[in-house]
Structure formats: C-alpha cells, structure tokens
Design a protein around this ligand. Structure first.
Ligand code: PLP
Length: 403
C-alpha cells in the first residue's frame, strides 16, 4: 500500500494523541527490529514502551496465538467460562508473584487494572481518599488519571477526578501524610514516565510499613516493571517488599492486550460478592492474549531473560556512564535491569538525541513527564552486539549535538 496515502489517512481518520506522532509506517517487526515501509531496518530500544520483552513476533508467541485462535477466541465475558490459557497463565503468575498474591483478575489494559485496584481498596476500607506520587503515571481512565502525578495533565479533568493526596516520591517525610483516611497508596516501584526514577534505599519498605500502620492498601503498579524488565519477575522481588495488590500489563501479553490485578484470592473475591458482579469486563483475559502471555513467560524462563536483563542492563548502564563522563549533554545515567534513563541537560537536547538516533536507525523515546529523559528499554532478548550497535549510534549523535 502507498506509504504517503497511508500517512494521510492516518492523520485524517485515526484520532491523534498529539501533534507530533512518530509517523513511522510499520511494515513488519521481528526480534529487536522494526522494518518501515521502505524496508529499512530500525533497532528498537523502547520495545513499544516496555511491551515487547520477548521481542517482536517471537516464534513461540506466533505459534501460541495461531493455535489458540484456531481453537477459540472470545466465548463469554470474563469470569464465566473455564478457559485453559487463562487458568494456566493465572497459575503461572501465582507461582512467580510475591507470596500470598495467588489470584489474578484479568483486564485488557493497565489503566483498567489501576481503576480496579482503587475500587477494591475503596470497597474494602470504606475510605474515599487515595495517595499517589508526584511524577506518577498509572493510565488514563478517570480513576487512573486522578493519580496522574502532574497537575497539567489533571487540570482539564479536575472537576471529575477522585480525591488524591500527592506525596513526593522518595521523600520519607511525606509518608506521614498517609493517615487513617487513606484507602490505598499506589506507587510505581521505579517511576517510568516520571523519568526512570529509582526510589532511595529503604523508601518502599517504609512506605509498606506506614500503609500497614494506617490500614491503607499498598498497590504496586508493576505495569512497566513487571515480567522481567528489572531482571526479576517483579520489582517487588528486587525491593523485597510485599504489596497488598499489584497491577500488571504491557509485557504480560507478549505483545497482545492483557493486564491484571494480582492479589490474595480472598481479597479479589470481594468483587464477586456484595453485590456479585461488582466489577466486570467483557474482554479481560482474552484467551488468545493469555495463550501469548503464557508463551511469553515460558520464553522468559527458557531463554533465561531475567539474567540477561541483569547482565546486559549492567553493561549498558556502565557503558552509558562512561560516555556521560566525557560528554556535557548527559546529566545523569540511571537504571535497573533494562529500564534505563539518560537524563539530558535539557528537553531540547533529549529531543535532538531521539530524532537523530532515529535518523540513524535506532528507536529511542523520551519519557512522558520528564521530556529531558531518554528512555532505554530494549526487548530483553537483546544481544551484546545490538547493545554495541546502539551505543555507537548514541555516541555519534552526542558528538553531532555537542555545543
Ligand atoms: N501504569 C504504568 C506504570 C504505565 O507505564 C502505564 C502505561 O504506560 C499504565 C499504568 C497504563 O497502562 P495502559 O496504557 O495499558 O492503560
């Protein structure tokens, strides 16, 4: 199909999220690479924003999806029929999740999981105020958008949002603001859209302690950090914290829409009573997505992607730090596993870096709330050679944008 025509139709008929989308016409994707309409290969170092953890079109995922779509797709709304891929995936997640979180409520998007977690905490505590953090992003449904840690994004909708008290991420003093009125605190164990922010040592433990003291639910939003990105199945393992509830999405479905709220069975069961059906969804846990998700978990295990994320994450972090030591455009390099951020001296530099890397065939992107931070989140199947290729491009671009 004609590329220019497609681009024009995209602009005319596909609702836009900003005036500056990438305008990248995808022709196909494989492993760590995307191919555009001219057949040019691009190294994907954002993985569809932390989705393609097992790479694009992994043969195991293609096989699982093909097989499941030939057996059955949607048969009944979520929670009614016993569907093998859903059951097997839930059981597999229960094995990997922190102890006690043995049940999964399936959704299609991370924002739905956020809303469900907030609703459940409200139902169980009878409280009406939530806590979230400045710099947080939990999705864009009304409930999730209420927890958006940037006032400019809340402002147009403020009159319909939930009551949320915002705390400064990493500030121990602010934990005192979690009092007996708080139904739940939602937190990203590493802030993604806020600019790849790692909490200070002991912060998440203190947060857990304060939540327990005050009877507030602690919700870990693991939509970006879950399923291996930090080199562990979940960030909760990395930080040795046991949240009451966990939300997941993105990489969970191996590239297919899938999300979940993970918690103890007796807690999640409260959606099934008083009244029954007090939270429902049609497509949550779609069998084809669950088959893909199950295959993705097997790939993570069999290809030892957790240790690969740790090793290559260390390699990239060290290499970027070395580059930053002699370059004035980068202010700080930080990250855990393959969730890395390059904080540039300005948003303008970050934009130049992203655009010029793209011109050279390396796909990068800034984070939503910190436009001066360039995110590095390649598929976890990435190899040393691809990392070296990316580092070479970044170095060349840094030279060309030097003042
Ligand atoms: N939570 C986090 C930490 C996210 O990064 C995102 C999306 O970027 C979401 C929730 C929302 O997920 P979704 O876009 O699937 O609604």
């Amino acid at each position: 199909m004609d590329r220019l025509w497609l681009e024009k139709m995209f602009e005319t008929h596909v609702a836009q999220t900003s005036p500056f989308s990438m305008r990248f016409v995808v022709s196909r994707a494989e492993g760590c690479y995307l191919y555009d309409a001219t057949g040019r290969r691009h190294l994907d170092f954002i993985a569809g924003i932390a989705v393609a953890n097992v790479g694009h079109c992994h043969p195991r995922i293609v096989e699982a999806v093909t097989e499941q779509s030939q057996r059955y797709a949607h048969t009944m709304v979520y929670g009614e029929h016993v569907q093998e891929p859903q059951v097997l995936l839930a059981a597999e997640i229960a094995k990997k999740a922190p102890q006690g979180l043995d049940s999964v409520y399936f959704f299609s998007t991370g924002a739905e999981a956020t809303d469900a977690a907030l609703k459940l905490a409200a139902k169980l505590t009878g409280r009406r105020i939530f806590c979230a953090f400045h710099g947080a992003y939990h999705g864009d449904t009304v409930g999730a958008a209420s927890c958006f840690g940037h006032s400019a994004f809340r402002k147009p909708f403020q009159h319909v949002l939930l009551q949320v008290r915002f705390l400064r991420y990493g500030h121990f003093d602010d934990l005192e603001l979690i009092d007996d009125d708080i139904a739940a605190v939602i937190v990203e164990p590493v802030q993604g859209e806020g600019g790849i922010i790692i909490p200070p040592e002991g912060f998440l433990e203190s947060l857990q302690h304060q939540c327990r003291e005050r009877g507030a639910f602690l919700i870990f939003d693991e939509v970006q950090t879950g399923f291996g990105r930090l080199g562990e199945w979940f960030a909760a393992h990395r930080f040795k914290v046991s949240p009451d509830l966990m939300t997941v999405g993105k990489a969970m479905g191996g590239g297919y829409p899938l999300a979940g709220l993970i918690g103890p069975r007796e807690i999640l069961y409260r959606f099934a009573a008083e009244p029954p059906f007090s939270h429902i969804t049609t497509f949550g846990g779609h069998p084809v997505s669950c088959a893909a998700g199950l295959a993705a978990m097997k790939v993570i295990e069999e290809e030892e992607l957790l240790s690969r994320a740790q090793d290559l994450g260390q390699f990239l972090l060290k290499s970027f730090k070395q580059i930053a030591a002699t370059d004035t455009s980068i202010k700080e390099v930080r990250g855990i596993g393959l969730m890395i951020g390059l904080e540039m001296v300005s948003a303008e530099k970050a934009r130049k870096m992203v655009e010029q890397c793209r011109d050279r065939g390396l796909i990068l992107e800034t984070t939503l709330l910190a436009e001066n931070v360039v995110r590095i989140s390649p598929p976890l199947i990435v190899g040393k050679q691809e990392c070296e290729e990316a580092l070479e491009i970044v170095e060349a671009v840094l030279k060309s944008i030097r003042d």
